[in-house]
Design a binder for this molecule. Structure first.
Ligand code: UDP
Length: 336
């Protein structure tokens, strides 16, 4: 099936998980660029209000009948797949939950994509597929040794995609390996709103807001300049732009591949805390705590490949901006 373009000459994009944190920023970017969008989301952690463009089809990825009917009738040129579970610690205690949703349901989705002859697929992958990389900055060619079920569930889906595209000349995919995604829509319409968020910037801001008594620093004895872990924080709108670049690349017959999404430099936990204190104006308390299991000391992307191949140019490579947009969003959420 080769679908004709929408009347405005733009492609139609079917987005699973478009009501979630990253998916909703991509839906926003697609809508603003004139694409026709349909979100498919079971609203397990996403929100109806977060879908700023197109329509929302409420359904589960495990329900193939619902999925197929939502997709068939929309006749998309490309599928972007965000719907997944993302908590590393939970994946360790409930691995089957992660393999079921992140791998088996992705397989379901790919079967439907095949049945409908959809050629282009963009997948939300993660730096967690690398595990503890030996070389930093980490390149896409580094071996994949995920160290938790979350990373393994995503690495398996990457493998499904690679095998499927190898077997089928009409199928092309891009896997985007996200580093540490943070920040929010600068207009304050959408942002991260999970209950029990465990990520550093969100925890720091919730501590500044008074939801927690203090912020724990997990490990101060790493082999890094200040002893705390270093991560490559990327603003969610730059990540969204990487998805649009990937879409244009695939629609222009680019060759499917995997790309890191990060800025190529990192900040330590202590540096993030300093920026969070500055942005919020709150000198919130911190406590040094033992290392958290499974944390690599440094995780920084080599982002050369996506910059070269797709001419992706980040616009918000500024930790203060990232934290400020996250803070403006966080302040609109009711205090728990
Ligand atoms: N971290 C921390 N305190 C927290 C949350 C996270 O010290 O309350 C550290 C964590 O150990 C890691 C870094 O912050 O070194 C980033 O963790 P996060 O969970 O944000 O992302 P990850 O890199 O695990 O995907």
């Amino acid at each position: 099936m080769i679908s004709s373009l929408s009347p405005n000459g733009k492609a139609r994009v079917f987005v699973t998980g478009g009501a979630g944190y990253i998916g909703s920023h991509v839906v926003k970017a697609l809508g603003e660029a004139g694409y026709e969008v349909r979100t498919y989301d079971n609203l397990s952690s996403g929100n109806r209000w977060a879908v700023l463009h197109g329509d929302l089809f409420t359904g589960d990825l495990g329900d193939r009948i619902s999925l197929k009917s939502a997709m068939e009738d929309f006749d998309p040129h490309a599928v972007m797949h965000f719907a997944a579970y993302i908590e590393v610690a939970e994946s360790v205690t409930r691995p089957l939950k992660y393999y079921r949703n992140n791998t088996v349901n992705a397989l379901n989705l790919l079967e439907v994509v095949q049945e409908l002859g959809i050629r282009n697929f963009i997948f939300s992958s993660t730096a967690a597929v690398y595990g503890m990389p030996e070389e930093i900055p980490v390149r896409e060619e580094a071996p994949l040794f995920p160290i938790n079920p979350y990373g393994a569930s995503k690495a398996m889906t990457e493998r499904l995609l690679a095998d499927l595209s190898e077997a089928n000349d009409d199928f092309n995919y891009i896997a985007l390996r996200y580093f540490n995604v943070a920040g929010a829509d600068p207009q304050g319409r959408i942002g991260q709103s999970y209950e029990n968020a465990t990520h550093l910037i969100t925890r720091a801001l919730k501590t500044a807001k008074g939801e927690f008594d203090l912020l724990q620093i997990f490990g101060t004895d790493y082999d890094t300049p200040d002893g705390t872990c270093i991560r490559d924080y990327i603003h969610v709108d730059d990540l969204a732009a990487a998805h649009l670049s990937s879409l244009n690349y695939l629609l222009g017959n680019g060759i499917g591949d995997r790309f890191n999404c990060g800025y190529g430099h990192g900040y330590s936990v202590r540096e993030v805390i300093e920026v969070a204190r500055k942005v919020t104006g709150v000198d919130f308390p911190v406590a040094e705590a033992p290392r958290r299991a499974g944390d690599p000391p440094i995780l920084v992307a080599d982002s050369g490949k996506i910059r070269r191949t797709m001419n992706w140019i980040p616009r918000f490579d500024d930790l203060e901006y990232i934290v400020r947009t996250a803070w403006e969003w966080e302040r609109t959420l009711p205090k728990k």
